[in-house]
Design a protein around this ligand. Structure first.
Ligand SMILES: Nc1ncnc2c1ncn2[C@@H]1O[C@H](COP(=O)(O)OP(=O)(O)OP(=O)(O)O)[C@@H](O)[C@H]1O
Length: 700
């Protein structure tokens, strides 16, 4: 264990070896995960301790087993294998470490990057607090010297001094606010950049299991953090600097009264803290309700076409009403706790200065006070100025909890494990186009049945392969694996003999052109959309790609041609037009590998004919994978892979499959029955997909 701790420390972890009893494991809480030593000499990781009606259970992970394999043990079974040794390990991050998880430390680290500006405003605040004593001195001198001695000269001097202080104080205050705004804006920019960057690095699986509304509303919490920094943290902390000046002055005037002021503020802070757990709980529920309401709004706007088409208005409205009512209920519940807190706090806050003054008055009346009338007024003023920042700290605690909730919400998105292969250290070799799949198997997370199972395939560079099969047979999944969208597949996928896991993902994806059935077009002109992946392209490049995709003729008929604006979701274009723009977009970067996933399904026969006529030119010099339900469009492919429930059923040219593969023949007959059986030959089915299959390169 000592050796392991040493290795962990050398790698930037905090590590503490310990001996523990079973009962202590449940108390580890946030210290988990921890490493435990087994009697056999091996090690495992305790991921979690769960409470169940039968007693606590530990969830163990074995580093030698599959990543998602867990072991659940109760007390007796753990005792039998565990020798009592535990290594507590935590990654150690410097405040300035930008790679640390998103949390309060990260936010503070970003703010501290402007430490020179913070130093300036701290100094400015010290000055301002020194000036804040000026009115107190003014009143004190007025009562002690000016009025008793009728001293007009002193009054003039005082007024001049006071005006000077006010002007200076105003200028410094304005500068301080300006610098705070500057610091918070910079922190906000860094936060926005970081959050967006991390979101882009998340795997596609995250977005498929989290609704758009949930993601956007969670990331929208950034606004609350900005508000917290701008309105609470800096204001309170800088006002707190005044205390460095005010508290010694208070004690200088009267120690007992100063102690009374501090004790009163501490009592208010404690009362505030007492409300905190309930306030936090209510706040969390309110935020959750607001998020669900927002998600419903986003989903409805997003699916408005379907809402209208299926006349779902009433359903959506009813759901919305329920969600609004829930949010309102939660807001009222939260407001009630806030209200109770204020009801307790307000009298305490107003009682404190009165109590201090009353005690001071008793002290004066009792004759045992060094106070006179002017000192009393000065003390009262000073108490007011001291209480402000002290009570501000109590309010800061409340806002801090809210901001921490917002940070945790954002962290739940941005700290999700990123896609592998985006580190910028992967292979950047240009692709030639040979694709090899060796015993590839893949199961979507949370599913039992594999989407792809035992797929062997060799696609030589420059060939065109079609993939067919019934709906749900795994055609799209194959192409997703080729794009590196999923890393947790079994077997090997290679491009030009290099494992795709070794490639830089951005490089890999920019070498593959993909056109999907429902390709998304961004808001902007047609020209911008086609050239989106290559900002340096010329109009000639865009027009050439459009021509190849069969899109040029319809674009040129549009009044503004390539400068025609595409609205969000490309609602002002037909499905076929959208599709042809998407094909042109994929062709513009001249990718070595082109994937067309039902890309022609939205095309009318005429557009499809244009595209088919161009396909030879499109396919020239690149590897093309075409998924299509319309088998007729694949007849001229170099080979066609037939998939059945994720498994390769057969591979061959059209005529071979018609002769040998019953599934292919059935699919063909369903679609082309009117052509008769002239192309089909009843025969023995040959399932060649189970072995290693390869396709000969196309004839030159
Ligand atoms: N994101 C996902 N999460 C879980 N399961 C999925 C996901 N995507 C696809 N699947 C499942 O994986 C299997 C293969 O899906 P895939 O989309 O590859 O089929 P397909 O042959 O392309 O279908 P279609 O022709 O209808 O587009 C299906 O059973 C499907 O339900």
């Amino acid at each position: 264990m000592a050796q392991l701790a040493k290795i962990a420390r050398a790698n930037g972890f905090r590590a503490a070896p310990a001996r523990m009893q079973w009962d202590q494991l449940a108390g580890l809480g946030k210290a988990l995960p921890a490493i435990v030593r087994l009697r056999s000499g091996g090690y495992m990781v305790i991921a979690e301790v769960r409470t169940s009606p039968q007693g606590d259970l530990v969830i163990l992970r074995d580093p030698l087993a599959a990543p998602d394999a867990v072991l659940v043990l109760d007390e007796a079974r753990l005792r039998a294998v565990w020798d009592g040794a535990v290594l507590l390990v935590k990654r150690q991050h410097k405040v300035s470490d930008a790679g640390q998880p998103f949390g309060m430390r990260w936010v503070v680290g970003q703010i501290l990057r402007d430490s020179h500006l913070i130093r300036d405003i701290l100094l400015g605040s010290l000055f301002i607090s020194a000036f804040a004593v000026a009115p107190i001195i003014y009143w004190s001198l007025l009562f002690r010297i000016v009025l008793p001695r009728n001293s007009l000269d002193t009054l003039n001097l005082l007024v001049a001094g006071f005006v000077f202080v006010v002007v200076f104080d105003t200028i410094l205050g304005a500068m301080r606010r300006h610098i705070i705004l500057h610091i918070v804006s910079k922190a906000d920019i860094r936060m926005g950049h970081h959050v967006f960057d991390r979101m882009l690095r998340l795997p596609i699986g995250f977005f498929e299991t989290t609704s758009t509304g949930q993601v956007t509303s969670k990331l929208g919490e950034i606004g609350r953090i900005r508000g917290f920094l701008l309105n609470s943290v800096f204001g309170t902390l800088l006002d707190g600097v005044c205390l460095i000046v005010f508290i010694p002055v208070l004690f200088f005037v009267s120690t007992p009264l100063s102690l009374l002021v501090l004790a009163g503020c501490a009592a208010i802070l404690l009362a505030n803290l007492a409300f905190m757990p309930e306030l936090n709980r209510r706040h969390e529920r309110l935020v959750r309700a607001e998020r669900d309401q927002y998600s419903h709004l986003v989903e409805t706007v997003h699916g408005m076409r379907t809402v209208k088409t299926l006349a779902l208005d009433a359903r959506q409205r009813t759901l919305w009403d329920l969600l609004v009512a829930r949010t309102a209920r939660e807001r009222i519940a939260f407001g009630r706790v806030q209200n109770s807190m204020k009801t307790v706090m307000a009298p305490l806050e107003s009682l404190l200065p009165i109590t201090v003054l009353t005690v001071a008055a008793y002290m004066i009346l009792g004759g045992d006070s060094p106070f006179d009338m002017s000192s009393l007024i000065a003390f009262a003023l000073l108490t007011g100025r001291t209480m402000g920042p002290l009570l501000g700290i109590a309010k800061l605690v409340e806002r801090y909890h809210e901001a921490r909730g917002s940070i945790a919400t954002i962290a739940s998105v941005v700290d999700h494990p990123a896609e592998e292969g985006l580190s910028g250290t992967g292979v950047l070799t240009p692709l030639k186009g040979t694709i090899e799949l060796m015993d590839v198997g893949f199961r979507y997370p949370g599913t039992v049945v594999p989407a792809i199972d035992g797929l062997d395939l060799l696609i030589p560079s420059g060939s065109t392969i079609g993939i067919v099969g019934r709906s749900g047979s795994g055609k799209t999944t194959v192409t997703r694996l080729l794009q590196g969208l999923h890393a947790d597949y079994g077997g090997l996928i290679k491009f030009d003999g290099i494992d795709i896991r070794q490639f830089d993902l951005t490089h890999l994806r920019s070498s593959i052109g993909v056109v999907l059935q429902d390709s998304f077009l961004f808001r902007g002109t047609i020209r911008e959309n086609i050239g989106i992946a290559k900002p340096s392209c010329t109009l000639e490049d865009v027009a050439a790609a459009a021509r190849l995709a069969g899109a040029e003729e319809f674009i040129e008929r549009l009044p503004r041609g390539f400068d025609t604006m595409i609205e969000e979701g490309a609602a002002n274009l037909s499905g076929g037009q959208r599709q042809r723009i998407a094909i042109a977009r994929a062709l513009l970067t001249n990718p070595r590998i082109l994937i067309l996933d039902e890309a022609t399904s939205a095309l009318d026969p005429e557009s499809e004919a244009i595209l088919s006529a161009n396909l030879k030119r499109i396919a020239f010099g690149r590897t093309v994978i075409i998924i299509s339900h319309r088998l007729a469009s694949l007849v001229s492919s170099d080979a066609i892979l037939v998939l059945e429930r994720g498994r390769p059923a057969a591979l061959g040219r059209h005529q071979e499959l018609l002769a040998d593969c019953r599934l292919y023949r059935d699919l063909w007959t369903q679609q082309n029955g009117h052509l008769g059986q002239q192309n089909g030959h009843p025969g023995q089915e040959t399932s060649r997909g189970t072995g290693y299959v390869s396709i000969s390169p196309p004839a030159a």
